[in-house]
Design a protein. Structure first.
Length: 481
């Protein structure tokens, strides 16, 4: 209602301003009374244009330059109708109430277009941006804890995947704890540059070491670890997009599983204090290439536990606002006016913010004794469609009316629901209320050795490797959940 009143005020102001400009701010010969009465036809035609081109549905949040043609068409429609009335329908002696001068009609259309857009852009500047935490439906977990600050202060930390969403936030939180040195490793030069430049502005650049490298390069990792001697190695580098890995299973195997094993072996040889694998809920009873590869990574890392290096893994679910999450895609679709695409109305996921997930990973790292698979309590699951509806409402629009929601079907490798295994039967408590240790049986060394050999052999198949090959590999060894 407020938006409709504001648009009506713009139509009135544009009409009156056009008369003032046309007659040099003086009264027309027929007086202001007929002019005000003539607003009726201008108002009706103006609103007809807004409704015809659906301009009234666009909230300030959704307005962008892409919507300019829509408003221009609405204004042009109003002007065209007024000119049509003047020159083709009404007689020359028709009362001025129904046919203002042509110059007034054109000028009013231009002012209407400028006014409607200006109204929305000004209002947009006043709106608070959608905060990712608003989508959780619960309070956000405190992440800046004394245990994390004390655990990482004065330590040397190596972080892989530092240029990613999770890796970048891990880097920020570790940096805030005051480490002796923070080694940032990523295979993407551009992503690494961004996080290194950001952290350099926050403090002493001499404590930062950016390294462009593949963490599966054994010789390079051996040299880096022997030189750096990190107290903590946070392994966040991975391919995480499920449908993409369904199309590229060999890279999921090589990068997520085998490269992790290589890095873990070199970490043990170099005497790294704590090795933390950032894992996922998709490793539980996995059906996708990404889930299988991360479960293999957990097995390969856990197999090395028992020596001076404390190996552990941390599982959590979807992260709101990360580069691969639905939030950026939904935000872009809403900005375009929809539709918002959801795979299935029944699909649900556990969600955390990037800050929460990263903070709990660091907290779990301080608990590690060796061999744990930590699982995070991520609250109650949320359906993807309810997330989409929440984002639409926070944008000032109405789901299904202003922004349609369409269902595209489940993509390859996706489950309707994920699980975390946080229950009395499968987990035990730690010193943090939202961090648990999963009671997951560990494979004997000979079984892991066999699995590793088969995984290496399968990786040689290249593009011929299928997701079913990976599933069979995992199931044959009894490695689930």
């Amino acid at each position: 209602m407020t938006r409709a009143l504001a648009d009506s005020a713009v139509l009135l102001a544009a009409y009156l301003a056009a008369f003032l400009l046309r007659f040099d701010f003086g009264a027309p010969t027929w007086g202001w009374g007929p002019v005000l009465c003539g607003f009726g036809s201008a108002f009706v035609l103006g609103w007809a244009g807004l409704l015809l081109f659906r301009c009234h549905r666009l909230s300030p949040r959704a307005i962008s330059l892409r919507n300019l043609p829509r408003f221009a068409c609405a204004a042009a429609f109003t002007v065209a109708c007024q000119l049509l009335l003047r020159y083709a329908i009404l007689p020359d002696d028709a009362f001025i109430v129904a046919r203002p001068p042509a110059s007034v009609a054109v000028m009013a259309g231009v002012l209407e277009l400028a006014g409607l857009l200006a109204l929305r852009y000004v209002r947009r500047l006043q709106l608070r941006p959608i905060e990712v935490a608003d989508l959780l439906g619960r309070g956000e977990t405190e992440v800046n804890t004394p245990a994390v600050r004390e655990g990482f202060r004065g330590k040397t930390v190596l972080l892989t995947g530092a240029g990613g969403s999770i890796g970048g936030e891990l880097a920020r939180q570790v940096r805030a704890a005051g480490p002796k040195r923070l080694i940032l490793l990523d295979i993407s030069e551009a992503a690494l540059y961004q996080i290194h430049a950001e952290l350099t502005e926050r403090g002493d650049p001499d404590t930062l070491l950016p390294v462009v490298a593949d963490c599966g390069d054994r010789a390079l990792m051996r040299d880096l670890l022997m030189r750096g001697r990190p107290d903590f190695l946070l392994h966040a580098a991975a391919y995480k997009h499920v449908p993409m890995m369904e199309r590229n299973p060999v890279e999921a195997l090589r990068n997520n599983a085998l490269a992790t094993r290589t890095l873990a072996e070199e970490a043990r040889a170099a005497g790294v204090g704590t090795f933390v694998l950032v894992s996922t809920d998709k490793a539980i009873r996995p059906i996708s290439a990404m889930g299988v590869s991360k479960r293999l990574a957990e097995i390969f890392v856990r197999d090395l536990a028992g020596g001076p290096t404390r190996f552990c893994a941390v599982r959590f679910g979807n992260v709101l606002g990360s580069s691969g999450s639905v939030v950026p895609r939904f935000r872009a679709q809403i900005a375009k006016g929809g539709p918002v695409t959801v795979t299935d109305p029944r699909m649900e996921r556990y969600f955390m913010t990037i800050a929460e997930a990263s903070g709990l990973v660091l907290q779990a790292a301080t608990f590690a004794q060796g061999g744990e698979i930590f699982v995070l309590d991520m609250g109650k699951p949320m359906t993807i469609v309810s997330l989409a509806e929440t984002m639409i409402r926070l944008s000032g629009l109405r789901p299904g009316r202003d922004i349609p929601i369409v269902f595209s079907g489940i993509r390859p490798g996706e489950k309707l629901a994920e699980e975390l295994g946080v229950s009395a039967a499968h987990a035990e408590r730690t010193g943090h209320a939202r961090i648990f240790v999963g009671r997951i049986p560990q494979l004997p060394p000979e079984a892991v050795a066999k699995l590793l050999t088969r995984a290496n052999n399968l990786s040689q198949r290249g593009l011929r490797l299928t997701v079913e090959d990976l599933r069979t590999l995992l199931n044959e060894e009894g490695t689930t959940p």
